[in-house]
Write a protein of this length. Sequence first.
Length: 284
Amino acid sequence: MPNLIVSFTKMEGAGNDFVVLDNRFYRFTYPELQQLAARWCDRRRGIGADGLLALDPVAPEDASTTDFRMRYVNADGSHATMCGNGARCLARFAYEAGIGDSRLVFETDAGRYAADVPDAADAPVRLWVPAPSRYEANCSLHDAHEHPLTWHQIWSGTEHVVAFTDHLDDQPLATIAPPVRHNEAFAPEGTNVNLAYVEDDQTLRMRTYEKGVEAETLACGTGVVGTAAVALKQRHVSAPVTVHTPGGTFEVGPASDPEAPAPWYLDGPARAVYQGTFEHVPQG
């Protein structure tokens, strides 16, 4: 079987970066996408990214209501149900590829989402998301770490825990997060780990350690939504919430319009960085 030259677009949303493939043409299977992610997301031996995004065609029976299907794979090749920054980047990619109009509807492994994509490439993309759920305050973690932090669990398209601290910049997240990320309380999927600081009654600053990347990233869209949701439930802030991450700034909160396509929204940057090709060696 001959080698395949694959075109890709490198995209980023607040520093959360992705290898993006138009899989309408290549039709890579999910296991193949996992292999590609593990090979090409490597920052020293590949393109470098936090994950791989594939724009898949929709099933014929869904074509009248859905514009595309999003598939996402973590940088290490592991499965991920959803990525908020990735979803906004893929919506921008689809819009610029001529798919649909300024409001795009797409399927993910976490359900159906919608995004509003403005014409201006530097304008924020709005992702409409389900209301965060599975909130559990004051999780009981055994042997997590010596640091005295109180963790709160939430689902915002994928698994997250959040702790609030007055010393955000000084916390050794790379040391704190792994025992929490792998804690038996969150088995078998594990969890993303977020630390946040309440700056004022409508502003948070936060940092995220992402599972599948197994490191701190510059931003995490589902982490932003989950952290804002926990802060609202804890009455630390009121909506809408501005969230500053090391990679950029977001706005998030419950929708004020009853006609909105989803209960919550996430606004943030999403842009193409460059395009290129790589040579894929088919297995077998």
